[in-house]
Design a protein around this ligand. Structure first.
Ligand code: G3H
Length: 532
């Protein structure tokens, strides 16, 4: 196996960081405040030789803020929102769009450093790091287009049984935004910025890993949005997010992560019914390989589906069901294709890179050990080889249903394979599962495919035909059932998720008032201006 141990000779100078980043500011109420308290060191999953010993590369440090700063950030967001009467919540759409456009331009200026930090902090391989940045910028630009469309739709007056009504989508209030480490830029910004564009205000805490890569964008947040609209704090979730929820002043929890964290946070809010939840959570997406599948295609899709970014995607294939007639051939091909993956550093666009989470290699090993103890084998030669924080993908077969790897979201490079004879066995597992995001089905028979589609569409929220699971294109609805999601995300759906319909109505017989308000341009809401 190639390895992930860094030698400085191997590093192209353009990928090198100029030195550690000791970041000390955080954003509250439009001010970048300097933090003089405790800090958290940031290390890369990549190691380097220090006095003959392999040590994680020290990337720098970031503020470890306390409850007090978290609550100050919340107070600033509340003040800016001012119960929906604040300048941002009531601003004309064109003003919010202008702020967002300015932000996107400023964000693009930081592309090179953010991409570099995506590689160093979470070991996302270069082409995927570039893609994460570009995809996010595209998403934000598309969001503006959709927002204009929503605004135009809100400029109509409806006449419903003699009642004239103008319906627009309005903001919900203060959003607490918490993102994941696997897409620390994309998944966070794809909730934070639509929420802001709809007129909400926010407290945003970056994920546990992928913290420094947010820091080059703080000045842009400060310069592009009015004070208090976006507040950015650094530190531990327990210290910052829990007291913010306990205050009872959060109107929306936007969290991409795990249902344990979201449940714990929601339960701390004194009035949980008041909190709108926008959650992208864990999944256990199955691949189902029917006896007539094109096995080469299934293998190619299972390799990318299970192992891209080391399986650290909520949409990754996390269990593979293969029909007994093709099981042996599939496993042989899947094992060979997996073993051809290149492990190494993100800069070299390696397929498999070091895992950022502490203890993750051990956690992957524990899944393997338990499955092996209960009868499984690692069927690919390189499966489970480790070096530093690299864990080479391990395919397990046959896997008992009484194992953790069968039940839990592994979020890493281990995948169980289960043989089936009757599709009912697969459907029963999916029905029992705590998750319901997506599934992939491989078959060349339209009749068989049709039957499986009809059984799956009410269990998951996307059925991928002869393809691995994925979120994109971003205009498509992205959601899940059970513990996999709450609310729907897509360019358009995110704007809806962070807003509520509100209307101004009058009877047709008393329309003079509305006419007066509109023609006199006395209201931002009751206006018929079309945004072009
Ligand atoms: O981690 C979950 C992401 O939303 C998955 O997105 O399918 O584009 O990798 P992706």
């Amino acid at each position: 196996m190639t390895h992930g141990l860094l030698t400085h000779d191997a590093l192209d100078p353009q990928d090198a960081l100029t030195g550690p980043i000791h970041h000390r500011t955080y954003l509250i109420n439009g001010e970048l405040r300097t933090w003089k308290g405790g800090v958290a060191d940031v290390h890369s999953p990549i190691t380097t030789l220090v006095n003959g010993v392999q040590e994680p590369v020290h990337l720098g440090s970031a503020p470890d803020l306390t409850k007090a700063e978290g609550l100050e950030a919340l107070a600033a967001a509340r003040q800016a929102y001012d119960n929906g009467r604040g300048d941002w919540a009531t601003a004309p759409a064109a003003e919010r769009i202008a702020a967002m456009e300015k932000f996107i331009d400023r964000m693009v200026e930081q592309r090179e450093l953010v991409v570099k930090l995506l590689m160093w902090e979470i070991c996302k391989r270069k082409k995927d790091a570039v893609k994460e940045f570009t995809r996010t910028v595209d998403y934000l630009r598309e969001t503006i287009i959709e927002y204009k469309q929503l605004h135009r739709e809100g400029s109509h007056i409806h006449n419903v049984e003699g009642t004239l009504a103008q319906i627009r989508r309005g903001p919900l209030g203060v959003v607490l935004c918490l993102g994941p480490f696997n897409y620390p830029l994309n998944e966070t910004f794809c909730v934070l910025l639509p929420a802001i564009l709809m007129g909400n205000t926010a407290v945003f805490k970056p994920a546990k890993y992928g913290v420094l890569l947010i820091t080059p964008l703080l000045e842009a947040f400060r310069d592009c949005f009015p004070p208090g609209v976006i507040n950015v704090v650094f530190g531990r979730g327990r210290e910052l997010a829990a007291p913010i929820m306990q205050s009872g002043h959060v109107d929306v929890l936007a969290l991409i992560g795990n249902s344990k964290s979201s449940n714990a946070l929601i339960s701390q809010h004194p009035k949980p019914n008041r909190v709108r939840q926008v959650l992208g959570l864990e999944a256990k997406n199955p691949a189902i390989i029917l006896p007539d599948a094109d096995l080469d295609l299934a293998v190619q899709q299972c390799v990318s589906g299970a192992w891209s970014f080391n399986g650290q995607r909520c949409t990754a294939l996390k269990v593979i069901y293969v029909h007994k007639y093709v099981r042996a051939e599939f496993l042989e091909k899947f094992a060979a294709a997996t073993d051809r993956l290149r492990a190494g550093l993100p800069f070299a666009d390696s397929d498999i890179t070091p895992l950022p989470e502490k203890g993750k290699v051990e956690a992957m090993q524990a899944y393997v050990d338990e499955a092996v103890e209960k009868g499984a084998k690692v069927i690919n030669e390189k499966g489970g080889q480790t070096e530093g924080a690299i864990f080479f993908p391990a395919i397990l077969f046959p896997v008992s249903r009484a194992t953790a790897i069968f039940r839990e979201e592994q979020f890493g490079p281990v995948c169980p394979v289960i043989e089936f004879e009757d599709i009912e066995e697969v459907m029963a597992d999916i029905a029992e599962s705590d998750y319901g995001q997506q599934a992939s089905v491989f078959s060349q028979n339209p009749e068989a495919m049709g039957r499986v589609i009809d059984q799956l569409v009410n269990q998951v929220c996307r059925v991928n035909l002869n393809a691995s699971c994925q979120r994109g294109p971003d205009a498509l609805p992205f959601t899940g059932r059970k513990d996999s999601a709450v609310a729907t995300l897509s360019v358009r759906a995110a704007l809806r998720s962070f807003s509520i319909r509100t209307l101004v109505a009058c009877s047709e017989g008393r329309k003079d008032m509305l006419e007066g308000v509109v023609s006199g341009r006395h209201s931002t809401f009751s206006s018929m201006d079309y945004l072009l």
